[in-house]
Design a protein around this ligand. Structure first.
Ligand SMILES: Cc1cc2nc3c(=O)[nH]c(=O)nc-3n(C[C@H](O)[C@H](O)[C@H](O)COP(=O)(O)OP(=O)(O)OC[C@H]3O[C@@H](n4cnc5c(N)ncnc54)[C@H](O)[C@@H]3O)c2cc1C
Ligand code: FES
Length: 273
């Protein structure tokens, strides 16, 4: 059950001039959040901004007894709420509703997990990598950003034994270009007898490309979609995603409750690309 917490900000760590990691004291959310779930954050009290904004649960913070005590969110500053989150100070409070949405389905060995992240789409993969590590699943992260300085938490993933395949649009780190190119090569090189589950989160164009690439190799792909969300609870229909029905027609789902994690091969990508 989601809970609404008046969460104290414990820490705010800038990673760059746009990205920061905010730590919120929300033990009940931390204790029950599953990889891929999100929270709705009200960045300021009062009416401006009026609506909460959705953020993936980035990390679960545990105290020295191992009890979940806080969550973090990885935020990219693009507008009013994310600017307030970037500038937030420890001691301030933010209303935090969660955990919300349908999480990733975590696989077991011998299947391998390939995570595909674009930019701030890295956010749901820290908790997923931990869950996969706990199950002994061999995991690769294909991670693309605009430049090397925007590739974050690489050591975190390395310490979990995750293989990293990095790309940057300016070529400053890893392969020059977008993350779909090495994904495509890796899928082509992998025997179809070996089970691989793909997980993708990032800009819509990248998600569509990841889902299409997965489909062309007959691989399943769970995508975490990012729609504008007014409520996060199924009440406002701001977040609908068109999906293919079994009979070839289309229907819409509310991605805040049916997702944000959805099967990539069932989304009608051409309607919003
Ligand atoms: C399930 C989910 C999880 C998310 N997790 C994260 C996260 O972990 N970290 C993070 O930084 N962001 C995340 N986002 C996106 C985040 O919610 C938006 O960046 C945020 O709402 C922007 O708020 P704002 O007030 O700063 O800017 P706004 O003024 O609300 O938006 C600025 C501009 O971005 C556009 N926009 C807003 N939200 C989205 C969106 N979801 N997709 C595409 N365009 C959008 C607006 O139309 C506007 O043009 C997530 C979104 C969803 C749906
Ligand atoms: S965000 Fe309101 S219905 Fe999905």
């Amino acid at each position: 059950m989601p809970v609404d917490v008046d969460a104290e900000i414990i820490a705010n760590r800038p990673l760059s001039s746009e990205y920061n990691v905010l730590t919120l004291a929300a033990p009940s959310i931390a204790a029950s959040a599953a990889p891929g779930q999100f929270v709705m954050l009200k960045a300021a009290a009062g009416v401006d901004p009026l609506l909460r904004r959705p953020f993936s649960v980035f990390e679960i913070i545990r105290d020295r007894h191992g009890t979940a005590s806080a969550i973090t969110v990885l935020s990219k500053r693009i507008g009013p709420s994310t600017s307030l989150i970037y500038d937030a100070r420890p001691g301030q409070h933010m209303m935090c509703l969660g955990p919300l949405g349908r999480p990733f389905t975590v696989i077991d060995p011998p299947a391998e997990a390939w995570m595909i992240a674009g930019g701030v789409g890295l956010a749901p993969f820290a908790t997923l990598a931990e869950a996969l590590h706990a199950r002994g699943v061999a995991t690769t992260l294909f991670y693309g950003a605009r430049r090397g300085a925007e590739l974050f938490y690489l050591d975190f993933f390395r310490q979990l034994g995750v293989d990293l395949v990095l790309t940057t649009e300016d070529g400053s780190t890893g392969e020059h270009g977008r993350v779909i190119a090495p994904l495509n090569r890796a899928l082509a090189a992998r025997s179809s007898a070996a089970a691989v589950m793909l997980y993708a989160c990032g800009p819509e164009g990248m998600l569509a490309a990841a889902a299409r690439t997965a489909l062309s190799y007959g691989r399943p792909c769970q995508v975490s979609v990012e729609r504008i969300m007014g409520c996060g609870l199924g009440g406002c229909y701001s977040c609908v995603v068109p999906m293919r029905s079994e009979d070839g027609t289309f229907h819409h789902v509310r991605s805040c409750i049916a997702g944000p994690v959805l099967p990539g091969d069932q989304i009608r990508w051409d309607s919003h690309n």
